[in-house]
Design a protein around this ligand. Structure first.
Ligand SMILES: Cc1cc2nc3c(=O)[nH]c(=O)nc-3n(C[C@H](O)[C@H](O)[C@H](O)COP(=O)(O)OP(=O)(O)OC[C@H]3O[C@@H](n4cnc5c(N)ncnc54)[C@H](O)[C@@H]3O)c2cc1C
Length: 452
């Protein structure tokens, strides 16, 4: 952390709008750059004083606000241009997924993104799993080019077809481990033709006296069916406790997002169907607004509870098709300290495997699911963070690896399981492009070097 005198000096060097704020328990300079050259001069000023820099995109990770200098992109980096003839969408770095999807849809285009409307471009730089992932790949697979301000304050245009080997390498690193390498000010994303979606929501209930023996087969049946589906259908699953004290037990929600193919019926191994809803003709915005699991929870319980007093802690692991985790999940959930902890299988597979690890630093190309493990608790309940960490420890030996997006300085062990054989190349690139570790507040790349 920079001391008060250094922060004062830093503030005196900034030309764009900025203020001294207490964020996450410490004073920081929070700036709202108006232009790419503002970003570059902010980064140069921070570098000259040995200050760290972090960037706030959609502010969903909590790491964007940890730098001595915090760059808030949402104020002035909001332009989006969708070009249907070129099949591309250009977006600036302060944009949220909902606006991006909406602008693309106006031009009859679709970009693979995540499922939550308020998430920002931190998702694109580190992965990006959503309902179109099986058809179109990860969000980072759609990056055609981007503009970067490096730790030295240089502005670079980088793309998948860069002829300069140094730039090609840096582009590779940005696609998966982006926040460690600078400030991305804009992206050009490859887009596909927009297709509407049929969403089928089926929820199965298993009473608490029969939980372990009946829920695990239902989870296994979900895993078998989902991996057999064509690319045009993605099937997610949430495993959670019923919220109704009159009818305690576990619920298995199975949610198909079908973009136009024939699929087999859902198999829940005999569990009782309690909710069934089919919606036709949904566009990307409606899909973001009707995320099925969230719709099943009382207001404020799931992540839309950002406005509520609940707290959340999330980590995600990638699993291959043959992962045998059904029973472990059921047992772990039955021991969760809050009945609002849950597991979410985000369906991957399909086009994810088409992207090579040569084109991006993202490693888990064989993943069939990203399993999101969420602890959610109210002030008067116990902290669920240790539960999430215990579940991660239990499942990690069976996983392909960890998802980078949620990881920070306290996650060095998980971080060591994220980039696998790519970690060494990333570390060498970090040394080259950010030798003073100016961008150090998200994924703890440089700590992997120390651990090794
Ligand atoms: C409610 C919720 C729903 C989610 N849903 C999904 C989902 O469906 N699919 C999925 O794959 N993930 C999902 N995630 C995880 C999400 O991808 C990560 O939390 C991601 O880091 C959020 O990006 P952000 O821009 O919103 O957050 P921020 O906290 O603003 O940024 C995340 C990281 O990226 C860095 N960063 C942001 N912008 C830039 C930039 N322009 N240049 C360089 N670095 C930058 C930040 O410094 C920070 O380290 C979800 C998370 C939440 C909380």
């Amino acid at each position: 952390m920079a001391d008060a005198a250094v922060l004062e000096q830093l503030a005196s060097q900034l030309e764009c709008e900025h203020s001294l704020k207490d964020l996450h328990g410490s004073p920081r300079i929070v700036a709202a750059p108006r232009s790419v050259s503002d970003v570059a001069s902010c980064v140069r000023a921070a570098g000259s004083l040995g200050c760290s820099v972090s960037v706030v995109g959609g502010n969903h990770s909590g790491y964007g606000g940890l730098g001595d200098l915090v760059l808030e992109m949402e104020h002035h980096f909001n332009a989006i241009v969708a070009d249907s003839a070129a099949g591309r969408v250009r977006t600036e770095a302060g944009v949220k997924l909902k606006s991006l999807a909406a602008k693309a849809a106006e031009a009859e285009l679709a970009v693979p993104l995540g499922t939550a409307p308020t998430v920002g471009v931190g998702l694109i730089l580190q992965g990006g799993v959503g309902h179109s992932t099986r058809r179109l790949g990860l969000a980072l697979d759609a990056i055609h080019s981007l503009q970067l301000v490096t730790a030295a304050g240089d502005v670079l245009s980088l793309g998948c077809d860069s002829s300069d080997e140094e730039h090609k390498d840096l582009f590779w690193a940005l696609c998966g481990c982006g926040p460690n390498f600078g400030v991305v000010t804009s992206f050009e994303l490859n887009a596909s033709k927009l297709q509407s979606c049929r969403q089928t929501r089926q929820v199965f209930h298993v009473p608490s006296d029969r939980t372990a023996c009946e829920v695990a087969p239902a989870v296994r049946a979900y895993m078998l069916r989902s991996q057999s589906l064509p690319r045009d259908c993605c099937s997610d699953c949430c495993l959670y406790m019923a919220d109704d004290p009159a009818e305690p037990g576990m619920r298995v929600g199975i949610y198909d997002f079908n973009f136009g193919c024939d699929v087999p019926p859902v198999d829940a191994a005999g569990a009782k169907l309690v909710v069934e809803q089919v919606d036709h003709g949904l566009g990307p915005i409606q899909l973001m607004e009707t995320e099925p699991y969230l719709c099943e929870q009382p207001f404020g319980v799931a992540h839309r509870g950002f406005g509520s007093s609940r707290r959340f802690f999330t980590r995600a692991l990638f699993f291959a098709r043959d992962a045998e985790i059904g029973e472990m999940l059921v047992e772990s959930l039955s021991k969760a300290p809050s009945r609002h902890c849950y597991f979410h299988f985000q369906h991957m597979g399909g086009a994810v495997a088409d992207g090579s690890t040569g084109s991006s630093a993202f490693l888990a190309r064989d993943a069939e699911w990203s399993l999101v493990i969420t602890g959610s608790w109210a002030e008067d309940e116990g902290d669920c963070t240790p539960w999430v960490r215990d579940v991660v420890k239990l499942l990690l030996p069976l996983a392909l690896g960890c998802y980078a997006t949620d990881l920070g300085a306290q996650d060095v062990e998980m971080a060591g399981q994220t980039f696998g054989r790519n970690a060494e190349r990333l570390l060498a690139l970090k040394q080259k492009w950010d030798p003073n570790n100016m961008f150090r507040h998200g994924f703890p790349l440089s700590q992997l070097g120390k651990a090794a």
